[in-house]
Design a protein around this ligand. Sequence first.
Ligand code: ZN
Length: 130
Amino acid sequence: MVAQRTRDTGTELALRSALHAVGLRFRVHQRPLPAVRRVADVVFRRAQVAVYVDGCFWHGCPAHATWPKANADFWKRKLMANQRRDASTDSALADAGWVAVRVWEHEDPREAAGRVEAVVRARLSASAPP
Ligand SMILES: [Zn+2]
């Protein structure tokens, strides 16, 4: 638990290759908006979709969240602050016309990719000229 956010985890890499496999192109590890400080794991600029692969521990996954017993108050504050930050990131993106898609690290990457693809394609077809 040294880094709050680990890059290129197995879930993230598998998700990226599943998205490539269905023909989507995207950028990785970018800020969707200059004003939103959190870097997204996968960014679709034209569709304005930002994907965050969230670690189960750090982001309080409902299936796997654990509360460390040592320094319980510290961890509770820290993990709840993370959740608040995630929510404020999502709403800042929404304010700018973007949508955030959150994927848990425990999710099946192919299922997650299907979810992301559906959002991206819906937004691209909605914005396409008639
Ligand atoms: Zn989980």
